[in-house]
Design a protein around this ligand. Structure first.
Ligand SMILES: [Mg+2]
Length: 222
């Protein structure tokens, strides 16, 4: 997928799971496909013995049921209604959308295709091998990092350094470092990201549905 964002246009950098797509692919996989008795890899993550990337990768690899079951999970995920229309209207007023995700492009690509949209996306590559979802670090990406695979803050920083106007939308603790880089009126948060922002005294605009972010940016000169 092309990662080019046309020069000089404003960019909404958006997280995918829990922000654009609801609920998180990971949450559904853990709930429905990861067998009981699987270690809670987040325990190792919390004490610094495992990276966020490796914890997530381990849960995905533990999921049973093969590709059919993994694709079945995608049927439980909702994308914003009229997403293509939102994107078209944003483009018309000068805003492009760039996705950043610590998740896996295997399911992101399928969900975007189902929604009938084509968006540039920085995420971790993945494939199905022997019925398991194998997520890999994006070693070819200039934004590759050991901790989460994709360094969202580096993506935002790069765009800001090009002199672009940048908005950010996210819902998780790992979104905080990227979110804090943008202007407060262009920082959109829900769920855990609001907790992280409040804790650090960083102002944000709350949202529930991604379409609220799109509507807010339509009012914002690009
Ligand atoms: Mg998220």
């Amino acid at each position: 997928m092309a990662l080019d964002v046309p020069e000089r246009r404003a960019v909404l950098v958006s997280d995918f799971d829990g922000t654009l797509a609801r609920p998180d692919f990971y949450h559904l996989v853990r709930q429905h496909l990861v067998p009981p008795g699987t270690p809670n890899f987040w325990d190792a993550y919390r004490v610094g013995k495992m990276t966020h990337f490796d914890a997530l990768r381990s849960f995905f690899e533990a999921a049973e049921g093969g590709e059919a079951a993994l694709r079945g999970i995608l049927d439980m995920i909702e994308m914003p209604a009229q997403l293509a229309d939102h994107l078209e209207r944003l483009r018309a007023v000068g805003w492009d959308v760039l996705l950043v995700s610590a998740g896996c492009s295997w399911y992101i690509d399928i969900l975007l295709a189902r929604a009938g949209v084509n968006l540039p996306c920085h995420a971790n590559p993945g494939r199905i091998h022997d019925g398991r979802l194998i997520m890999e670090r994006p070693t070819a990406s200039e934004y590759c990092c050991h901790e989460t695979g994709i360094d969202k803050a580096a993506v935002v920083q790069g765009l800001l350094q090009q002199g672009r106007k940048v908005a950010f939308a996210g819902d998780g603790f790992p979104d905080f470092e990227a979110a804090r880089l943008v202007a407060s009126d262009l920082r959109f948060a829900r769920s855990d990201l609001t907790i992280a922002c409040r804790k650090a005294d960083v102002p944000y605009r709350p949202f529930e549905d991604w379409s609220e972010v799109a509507a807010a940016l339509l009012e914002e000169p690009a």
